[in-house]
Write a protein that binds this ligand. Structure first.
Ligand SMILES: NC(=O)c1ccc[n+]([C@@H]2O[C@H](COP(=O)([O-])OP(=O)(O)OC[C@H]3O[C@@H](n4cnc5c(N)ncnc54)[C@H](OP(=O)(O)O)[C@@H]3O)[C@@H](O)[C@H]2O)c1
Length: 295
């Protein structure tokens, strides 16, 4: 879904403000390229669609969802957007390190990476294992750092060659880092590390890269959540609705076009992070449904 054009703000006297959406006005061959990991389905797909609408050429990464990735690429191409699909298991370091070079070989440049791919398995203190921890860190934390490193190396070389281009990395976090509960322990720890990495990468990779994050609230069904539980989870937020995939994608599109923003996170969650929750919303909605009626 294309995002509406933003209204440009007037620049203060003496400051030349760059076009906030250069991607939309560039000639097709000069348009910037974004890699969206886990881009074939769900939130990743919405991000690909929004960025295509904002003028980006899109590299759609997938692991198992090859058919969905190809269908999305065909949809974007039919709309006149240059797009291609790339397969990689990001938990495999060699495959992860080969991903950005493959994008560069196909498009000739890369300007942004959206680290959206994620493993989300349930565990808690009682069931915690080294293996669960390692699976989540290999899927959710290490690939984001390797891809940021690769984008930095590419853009640093391009700057040495005189391009003057900068890049952006957007990491997908989770509102539960601001509103912790003990469910999904290994997933949460992997995202907490990614939050810390966002700060550290923003410091280490400036001025070539900006590194930012978006933290959604409950956005799509997870696990075996049914429709009633999903609707109840949305109603529990202060705004009475949490994020849609399009809300998350809009935040990503804003951050890609925000030249003064780095090292920070946008929470897009209907205010869920403001509300202490002792357990994951899935279990809270189930507990509410299980409460016997006393009237
Ligand atoms: N959904 C929510 O309500 C919610 C809430 C808070 C935060 N978030 C965050 O928002 C982002 C998107 O959420 P989502 O629910 O759309 O994600 P998701 O469906 O759980 O996962 C997105 C994709 O990640 C890919 N993936 C997983 N492990 C991988 C690996 N080892 N290598 C390569 N790809 C791998 C899978 O690609 P394939 O299908 O191709 O295998 C999957 O389709 C995630 O970072 C998530 O933590 C989501």
């Amino acid at each position: 879904m294309p995002i509406p054009p933003a209204t440009p703000l007037a620049a203060p006297a003496g400051v030349t403000r760059p076009d906030p959406h250069p991607a939309r006005t560039a000639a097709a061959a000069d348009r910037p390229v974004v890699l969206v990991t886990g881009g074939a389905r769900r939130i990743g797909r919405a991000i690909c669609e929004a960025l295509a609408g904002a003028g980006w050429r899109v590299a759609v990464h997938h692991r198992r969802s090859g058919d969905a990735a190809q269908a999305l690429v065909a949809q974007l191409q039919a709309a006149g957007v240059e797009a291609a699909a790339f397969a990689a298991d990001l938990a495999d370091e060699a495959q992860c390190r080969a991903l950005l070079p493959a994008v560069l070989a196909r498009f000739g440049r890369a300007d942004a990476v959206v680290n959206n791919a994620s493993l989300f398995e349930h565990d808690e203190v009682a069931s915690f294992s080294y293996a669960a921890m390692e699976r989540h860190w290999r899927a959710n934390t290490a690939p984001a750092i390797v891809l940021a490193q690769a984008l930095h190396n590419h853009l640093h070389s391009a700057r040495v060659a005189g391009s003057g281009r900068g890049g952006v990395v957007v990491n997908l976090l989770d509102q539960k880092l601001w509103n912790p509960n003990p469910d999904h322990l290994s997933y949460t720890l992997s995202k907490a590390a990614l939050q810390a990495a966002t700060t550290m990468l923003a410091m280490a990779l400036a001025p070539v890269l900006r590194v930012v994050a978006v933290a959604p609230g409950v956005t799509l069904h997870s696990g075996d959540m049914d429709d009633a539980e999903f609707a109840a989870a949305h109603r529990m937020t202060p705004l009475g609705r949490s994020s849609t995939p399009q809300d998350v994608a809009q935040a990503v599109a804003y951050l890609l076009a925000a030249p003064a923003v780095t090292g920070t996170t946008l929470l897009v969650d209907g205010g869920q992070h403001l509300q202490a929750q002792p357990r994951d919303v899935l279990f809270l909605t189930r507990a509410a449904n299980d409460t016997p009626q006393t009237d």
